[in-house]
Write a protein that binds this ligand. Structure first.
Ligand SMILES: [Fe+2]
Length: 210
């Protein structure tokens, strides 16, 4: 049985601003982009195999279908997170609009509190920090992921994405993560983040904080 699968995806081109950032080098971004291109390639390869993989003799211990679907969660989440990461950078000088500033304040208490939690989360995570809008409580949360496909929270939309893997900063900072997180925050593209939040239809008022 052939099952229709998504059309091939292609790696998105990065804007010039990504190669002209403050304290995150062109070489760092170019090498990181190469990893992203490979995730795109592998996602297409898995989708292609899923068209006609054996769906008769599947099982939960080992089967080709199972392995393809597990690895799809790795490669496709990697594509999505890297795109969110790259495109929320390169905006030095941009500012959060009032809707985004209000949302951050309502969710964390203040912009400083959001930053403080993001910095700490960035040191605690082995892979990602994701400031996500959760549609179930209408507020932002800083979630962490140790891999592209671990610890994700459902029904939440990534709004600000920090890649905290060493490969994201090793060329520029060696093993020093804090100055990289500083540079990430300085280079955030708030115009892009504002657009992401503008696209959200808010439900009820956020549940109150503790
Ligand atoms: Fe990465």
């Amino acid at each position: 049985m052939v099952v229709a699968v998504p059309a091939e995806i292609t790696a998105k081109q990065l804007p010039q601003s990504l190669f002209e950032m403050d304290s995150i080098s062109r070489n760092q971004i170019e090498q990181h982009y190469t990893l992203y291109e490979n995730y795109v390639k592998k996602t297409n390869e898995i989708h292609s195999k899923l068209r006609d993989v054996d769906r008769e003799s599947v099982n939960q211990n080992y089967s080709e279908l199972r392995e393809l679907k597990v690895e799809l969660s790795f490669t496709l989440d990697a594509v999505k997170l890297h795109e969110a990461y790259f495109f929320n950078l390169g905006g030095k000088g941009s500012r959060p609009n009032s809707k985004v500033a209000d949302l951050i304040n309502k969710s964390f208490g203040s912009q400083d509190a959001w930053e403080s939690d993001l910095r700490a989360s960035g040191m605690a995570a082995r892979g990602w920090v994701i400031t996500a809008f959760d549609f179930d409580d209408n507020r932002l949360h800083n979630y962490i992921a140790d891999d592209h496909n671990t610890y994700g929270i459902w029904n939440a939309l990534p709004v600000i994405v920090l890649d905290s893997y060493e490969h994201a900063y090793m060329i520029d900072y060696g093993i020093k993560r804090p100055p990289y997180i500083d540079a990430f925050l300085r280079n955030l593209n708030w115009d892009e983040i504002n657009k992401r939040v503008d696209g959200i239809t808010f439900g009820a008022e956020p549940r109150p904080s503790m």
